[in-house]
Design a protein around this ligand. Structure first.
Ligand SMILES: Cc1cc2nc3c(=O)[nH]c(=O)nc-3n(C[C@H](O)[C@H](O)[C@H](O)COP(=O)(O)OP(=O)(O)OC[C@H]3O[C@@H](n4cnc5c(N)ncnc54)[C@H](O)[C@@H]3O)c2cc1C
Length: 389
């Protein structure tokens, strides 16, 4: 059993000053009122073009983000690697939808694939498909509706860009993860991603889809996708998460009068998550598993499954992942025990990663999140260092 309470290992990469700052940060975001107020002020500042970088960059940005550019992330990548924790550099600019902005996003993601190729400690690339195409087009395709000429052109451009990214990943030897967002346009993405897997995953998993296990249909989708992969002779690459958009999904289902695609309870999501992980591990020769979670029980569950199936911790077909700045007790203790671990390290200009930072703050309030746990671990480590002096 791995001791996830070992804070000495968990925070060895953080200096005393950084830990104190992290304590202050998590104490601050523990208050829902402060987070609501802070988020409002940040949104207002962005709207009014008031520069906020001076306040954000040394604080919340530094804790949760690798840097403003790939180059700026280099020291973070090197520091994590000293503890055998690898990185995944995630261009976290959201909500950009003009053709120019999409082209910029595409070029940046392509640069991140090249960066991964050149750096042994960056072990995957990643992208959000919605940074590359209008979600309305994806929704129409998912619903089997006809596209206008312009929409068809946009969709064709999207398909060719996804292919370019997957092909670059295949050539670089580093796999690429494709994030999942809203359920109502995932069908189109599933089809595109499966076609990419058929093309690039013939020898090993290069292209990974994301399964949000809070969706009631995802376990049956996994089995069906696995069957198709076996029939066509390619390896399935699957990233498993619980899913980040539960409230939005439920509201839309009510507003539009369809049955919510989300599990009714947290326990049902947990069961679904475990079943998918178990299925994946039992089929390790044909499914490569990427487990993205901050849930200690899920991590323990996968560790036990690997053990009972005689799978070595370092087996390259299983990866654990947490977000940079969160759940270091899982990442660093897993890595110290020899498991494959990679942190999702977001990057991008301060003003453009604000939506990501606001989400992290909201997710970490005492009501919604795991602040209590993060804070307790940080305090334990600060105390331990004081007494060890
Ligand atoms: C490396 C990494 C990559 C990620 N990539 C993506 C991605 O591509 N797409 C994406 O959507 N998310 C992504 N996430 C976020 C992820 O989906 C979760 O929101 C987040 O990790 C919290 O889930 P958990 O397993 O860590 O922890 P837990 O705290 O155990 O689970 C919280 C999750 O459980 C589910 N849940 C909570 N309450 C209920 C309820 N009442 N009924 C049903 N379900 C409930 C929700 O999904 C909630 O987010 C990623 C997370 C990580 C660590």
């Amino acid at each position: 059993m791995i001791n996830f309470e070992n804070t000495e290992i968990a925070f060895a990469y953080r200096f005393n000053g950084e830990l104190s700052k992290a304590k202050f940060l998590f104490n601050t975001v523990a208050s829902p009122l402060v987070v609501r107020l802070g988020s409002g002020l940040l949104k207002l500042a962005a709207f009014l073009h008031i520069p906020i970088s001076w306040a954000v960059k040394p604080t919340i940005f530094k804790h949760f983000v690798g840097g403003e550019s790939l180059k700026e992330c280099q020291p973070v990548v090197a520091t994590l690697a000293r503890y055998n924790v690898r990185s995944i550099l995630d261009y976290s600019v959201e909500g950009k939808s003009s053709p120019k902005e999409m082209e910029r996003a595409f070029n940046e993601i392509l640069s991140s694939v090249a960066f991964a190729a050149s750096n042994p400690n960056v072990v995957f690339s990643v992208f959000k498909p919605t940074g590359l195409i209008d979600v309305n087009v994806l929704t129409l395709v998912s619903e089997g509706k006809l596209l206008s000429e312009l929409q068809q052109e946009q969709y064709n451009l999207f398909l060719s860009r996804v292919d370019t990214l997957c092909s670059a990943a295949a050539e670089s030897g580093k796999p690429i993860l494709i994030d999942a967002e809203d359920s109502w346009y995932q069908k189109a993405l599933d089809e595109v991603i499966e076609s990419m897997m058929a093309k690039y995953n013939t020898q090993r998993a290069v292209v990974f889809n994301t399964l949000q296990m809070y969706r009631t249909d995802r376990f049956s989708y996994l089995k069906a996708a696995h069957k198709r992969a076996q029939e066509k002779g390619y390896i399935l690459g699957m990233k498993y998460v619980r899913g980040a958009y539960m409230e939005k999904e439920r509201v839309r289902a009510v507003q539009m009068g369809y049955i919510s695609p989300i599990c009714e309870t947290k326990a049902a999501t947990d069961k679904n998550f475990n079943e998918a992980i178990k299925y994946s591990v039992s089929n390790i020769d044909t499914i490569t598993t990427f487990c993205g979670t901050h849930n200690q029980d899920s991590v323990n569950y996968l560790v036990c499954l690997m053990d009972s199936n005689g799978i070595a911790p370092s087996d390259s077909r299983i990866y654990f992942s947490q977000l940079y700045g969160m759940s270091d007790n899982l990442s660093f203790n897993l890595a110290a025990a020899g498991y494959n671990v990679a942190k999702y390290v977001p990057y991008g200009p301060v003003k453009h990663v604000m939506p990501y930072l606001i989400r992290r703050a909201e997710e970490n309030t005492s009501v919604k999140g795991q602040t209590g746990r993060e804070l307790a671990l940080i305090k334990t480590e600060i105390r331990r260092r004081r007494t060890a002096r």
